[in-house]
Design a protein around this ligand. Structure first.
Ligand SMILES: *Cc1c(COP(=O)(O)O)cnc(C)c1O
Length: 434
C-alpha cells in the first residue's frame, strides 16, 4: 500500500518511507491511498479468531506489499503480546480494556507496533539509530518500552524535571537497557525545542543517525484499528446497531476506529468523548476548526488544543462536515462531572474507571439519550488503567486503588535519570559523547 500527504495528495510514498519519515516534508500527515474493505468471509470468521489472528488479517491489508507474511506474523506476535478483554457492565454495555500492555495505556499498541516495523526497515543499516522523544508523560514510556531491547536502536527520552507525576517519572526512568532518560531543567516546550534543534542540526547528523517516533506516525494508527474489530467480534450476540465511545485528544484513536469502519467492521456510530479541550466538538457543531490553548484537566492525555489527526479525519470524509456528523457524535465534560462519573460507575457497576474512560462513559450516556439509542449495543474504550491516576481516582471513590503487578515492579525500582540544562549545546555534547 502507498501513502499520501494530507497537504499534497499527489505526494505519495511507500510504507517504509512513511514510517521512517513520520511526517511528510511539507508537514502533512501520511494517509493510506485507499482503505480496502475486508472480504465478507474474513469479517464473518472474526468471532472465532484470536486478537492476533484478526490483527494479522487487518495488518496484511496495509503492509502486505512491504513485508512477507512471516515478517508480518513476527511483528504482530511480538508487538501485540497482551490481552484486550471486553468486559460487560450490562447486557448491552461493554468496556474494552486497552490498558493491558506494559505501560498500562493504549499507547502501547501503536508504540510497540511502530517500533517493530521500524526495526524491520532499518535492519539493513549498520549505524545505530537514535530515537529522540520529548515527553510530558505517557507517550515516552510507551515508545521507550516498545524499543526496549531492539538491536540497532537507542532511545533518549527528554522530560521536564518536576513536571510529570511520580508514577510517570518512575515509568520513564526505570526502563534501563537501551533507553536513557534525560531530566531537563525546564518545561515540556524546552524538551521539544531540544529535539527539534537536533533534527535540523546538519553537523550532528554527520555523527549520529536520528529518527523520530512521534505520535502522528501512521504506523501507530494502523494497529489501533485492530482492536475495534476484535471488540465487535467479542460481542456475545450481534445486534444491528453498535456505538463505540472514544476518549479523544489528538484524535488518533478515533481515526483508527474510522479506518476499521471503512474496512467493513460494523460500527454504526462513534462517540468522540472530550474534556474541556474540545475544538473538535466545535467543529462538529459549527463546521469551523479553531485551535486553542490547552486547558489542563484531570484526563490530561486528552489535553490537546490542536489535534493533528483532525486533518486525517477530514480526508476520510472528503472535508464534508455533514458526512462526519452522520458517523461521529461529539460531546465534552468537565472535571467535576468526570469525578462524579468515576464514583457513580464504581457504585452502580462495581467497575473502576480512570478519568479518560469516565469521560468516554459520560459521552456514551449523553449520546444514547440525545439520539434515542437505548436499544443499541455500546462499547466504551478504557484507554488507561485507573492505577495510573491513583490519587485522583482514590479521592473519587474513597478507597485504595489496587496496583497491577507490572506497575508495582516498576515503582520498586530505583529512578535513574541524567540531569541536563535546557541548553542545546549541552544536550548535543551529551548525544555525541555516548
Ligand atoms: C493519548 C490518550 C488519549 C487520547 O487519544 P488520542 O488518540 O490522542 O485521541 C486518551 N486516553 C489516554 C489514557 C491516552 O493516553
Amino acid at each position: 500500500m502507498r501513502f499520501y500527504s494530507t497537504k499534497n495528495h499527489r505526494f505519495v510514498v511507500s510504507l517504509r518511507e512513511a514510517v521512517l519519515r513520520g511526517l511528510a516534508p511539507d508537514g502533512g500527515l501520511f494517509m493510506p491511498v485507499d482503505i480496502p474493505v475486508l472480504e465478507k468471509n474474513v469479517i464473518e470468521a472474526m468471532p472465532e479468531m484470536s486478537f492476533r489472528e484478526i490483527a494479522f488479517e487487518m495488518a496484511s491489508v496495509f503492509l502486505k506489499d512491504d513485508l512477507s507474511s512471516q515478517q508480518l506474523t513476527a511483528v504482530v506476535e511480538k508487538a501485540l503480546n497482551f490481552d484486550v478483554p471486553l468486559r460487560p457492565l450490562t447486557d448491552d454495555l461493554f468496556v474494552l480494556e486497552l490498558f493491558h500492555g506494559p505501560t498500562l495505556a493504549f499507547k502501547d499498541f501503536g508504540a510497540r507496533f511502530m517500533a517493530r516495523l521500524m526495526a524491520r526497515f532499518v535492519e539493513e543499516e549498520e549505524k545505530e539509530v537514535t530515537i529522540l522523544v520529548a515527553t510530558s508523560g505517557d507517550t515516552g514510556s510507551a515508545v521507550a518500552s516498545g524499543f526496549l531491547g531492539l538491536r540497532g536502536f537507542r532511545v533518549v527520552l527528554l522530560y521536564p524535571s518536576g513536571m510529570v507525576s511520580e508514577i510517570q517519572e518512575k515509568q520513564l526512568t526505570t526502563i534501563g537497557g537501551n533507553v536513557t532518560a534525560l531530566e531537563v531543567e525546564g518545561s515540556f516546550d524546552d524538551c521539544q525545542r531540544l529535539v527539534k534543534s537536533a533534527f535540523v542540526d546538519e553537523d550532528l547528523k554527520k555523527t549520529i543517525n536520528l529518527s523520530s517516533a512521534n505520535s502522528i506516525n501512521i504506523a501507530r494508527l494502523i494497529p489501533q484499528s485492530f482492536y475495534y474489530a476484535y471488540a465487535w467480534a467479542q460481542l456475545p450476540e450481534k445486534k444491528s446497531s453498535l456505538a463505540v465511545s472514544v476518549p479523544s485528544g489528538n484524535l488518533g484513536n478515533l481515526t483508527a476506529g474510522l479506518f476499521a469502519r471503512a474496512m467493513g467492521i460494523p460500527i454504526k456510530r462513534f462517540v468522540a468523548a472530550m474534556n474541556a479541550n474540545d475544538v473538535f466538538l466545535e467543529y462538529l457543531r459549527k463546521g469551523t476548526f479553531t485551535p486553542r490553548r490547552v486547558i489542563p484537566t484531570l484526563s490530561n492525555a486528552m489535553d490537546v488544543g490542536n489535534p493533528s489527526n483532525f486533518y486525517r479525519i477530514l480526508d476520510l470524509f472528503d472535508g464534508d462536515a455533514e458526512r462526519i456528523r452522520k458517523v461521529v457524535y461529539g460531546v465534552s465534560f468537565n472535571d467535576q462531572q468526570t469525578r462524579e462519573a468515576i464514583s457513580m460507575i464504581k457504585k452502580r457497576y462495581d467497575y473502576l474507571m480512570d478519568p479518560h474512560g469516565a469521560v468516554g462513559f459520560l459521552a456514551l450516556r449523553q449520546f444514547v439519550e440525545e439520539e434515542g439509542a437505548k436499544s443499541w449495543q455500546k462499547i466504551v474504550l478504557e484507554t488507561a488503567h485507573p492505577a495510573k491516576f491513583k490519587t485522583a481516582v482514590e479521592e473519587c471513590i474513597g478507597e485504595k486503588v489496587p496496583i497491577p503487578e507490572r506497575l508495582a515492579e516498576c515503582l520498586k525500582k530505583e529512578k535513574f535519570s541524567i540531569k541536563i540544562s535546557n541548553k542545546y549545546e549541552e544536550f548535543k555534547q551529551w548525544l555525541t559523547e555516548r
